[in-house]
Design a protein around this ligand. Structure first.
Ligand SMILES: *Cc1c(COP(=O)(O)O)cnc(C)c1O
Length: 394
């Protein structure tokens, strides 16, 4: 097929050419005297992305899911209770993992399309006078529904009732796209991965742990081995890894950090908001459709889940877009399968790339008989982008 595939799933995201090129390297000895230069450079670069001085970034050769497991097995004791909310496939999967590892989950069920409710977290923590809850879990950007939650509000809820639990945040699809502040929000473990905002292939679990989390690791007795923070921290301090790291991925990460540094993290976050606003204009003003996110305060600047009208199957729109227009849209997962398709707007993107996704989604919807006005999505996005600029937060 001529031309290239338009990749608009919310991860893996587009890998910029210069990052791909940086990964084309011969293999080398990961125990050489020179190797620490690379390790130490990427670890210190990651601190800026997590906005931390006190925290310790750790890179596991896994995907983001491995870092979910690392958080649970390093910081908790067998059978401990965690407090979590569920409002989409990813928040669900983390809860499912907790249960499969034998932890008790005190669950806050939230309608899909809404986010983590600080008031309900505070009520649950306030009622836990014996401090049985050892960790509080929050999914910052629920990629399945396009919902972003206010992590700092959850931290304030914990502080309001002086609860000592650890705060674990899933920022797999948020890091590098949506504001995240490890130190300011006193996050204990931030879980992320390489293939979303960091513009790399999948294959690296990227996490950051607080001093409190590392202290918890000293006494926590849940079995762990491959994902032990301490093996990593000890080796990383010398610039090495406890086992063979993926060398191309480390060079790719170094380049990705350079790309981020050049644009500036604040500018990147502002660009994500600006691009997301254009997509939302296409969906709402142009097509007259609804987002899965129920309220503007939940809108994600990394991904939009678009609800197709009653009587239509979103899976057919996605299939049509792929087969006819070589456009990859994100599928509806689990509860929202067939009801939504998703446009990922995270990572290395600009207006005209997104115009391709908007035009293609519109063509596929028209082909499936969905009554949107031809050209309306592109017109609304164009109107927004022509008249606005990214606004960098002060
Ligand atoms: C992608 C994603 C995950 C899973 O990450 P993998 O890298 O696929 O293991 C977890 N949480 C969220 C919010 C995600 O978007």
């Amino acid at each position: 097929m001529a031309g290239h595939n338009f990749l608009f799933v919310p991860g893996p995201s587009n890998v910029p050419n210069r990052i791909q090129r940086a990964m084309m390297v011969p293999m080398e000895d990961h125990r050489s005297p020179k190797f620490p230069e690379l390790t130490l450079a990427v670890i210190s670069g990651l601190k800026k992305i997590f906005r931390t001085q006190k925290g310790t970034p750790i890179i596991f050769p896994s995907s983001g899911t491995g870092c979910w497991e690392a958080a649970l097995t390093n910081c908790l004791n067998p059978g401990d209770t965690v407090l979590a909310s569920r409002f989409g496939q990813f928040s669900h999967l983390w809860v499912d993992m907790c249960e499969r590892l034998g932890f008790k989950v005190q669950l806050i069920e939230v309608e899909w399309g809404e986010g983590a409710p600080p008031d309900l977290y505070q009520a649950a923590l306030g009622a836990d006078k014996e401090h049985k809850i050892k960790a509080v879990l929050v999914c910052q950007n629920e990629t399945a529904t396009g919902v972003a939650s206010d992590v700092n509000a959850i931290r304030r809820a914990m502080d309001a009732v002086k609860h000592p639990a650890l705060l674990f945040v899933d920022a797999v699809s948020g890091l590098g796209c949506i504001d995240f502040r490890m130190d300011d929000w006193n996050v204990d473990v931030c879980v992320s991965g390489s293939q979303k905002g960091l513009m790399l292939p999948a294959g690296m679990g990227i996490t950051c742990v607080s001093e409190k989390a590392l202290a918890a690791r000293q006494n926590a007795t849940q079995p762990r081995c491959y994902f032990d923070y301490l093996d990593m921290v000890k080796n990383n301090a010398q610039g090495y890894f406890p086992y063979t790291p993926s060398i191309p991925m480390l060079y790719g990460l170094k380049e990705a950090l350079a790309v981020i540094e050049e644009e500036g993290l604040d500018n990147i976050l502002a660009r994500h908001t600006y691009l997301a606003n254009g997509v939302r204009a296409a969906v709402q003003k142009g097509w007259g459709l609804q987002l899965c996110a129920k309220d503007a305060k939940w809108y994600s600047d990394a991904v939009s889940a678009i609800v197709v009208p009653e009587g239509f199957n979103a899976a057919q729109v996605i299939e049509r877009a792929y087969k006819r227009y070589n456009l990859s849209l994100g599928a509806g997962l689990s509860k929202v399968a067939g009801k939504v398709f998703r446009i990922g707007h995270l990572g290395d993107l600009n207006e005209l790339m997104l115009m391709g996704a908007i035009a293609g989604a519109e063509m596929a919807m028209l082909d499936m008989g969905i009554p949107v006005k031809a050209g309306s999505g592109v017109a609304a996005a164009s109107e927004y982008w022509r008249n606005n600029q990214p606004k960098v937060a002060a």
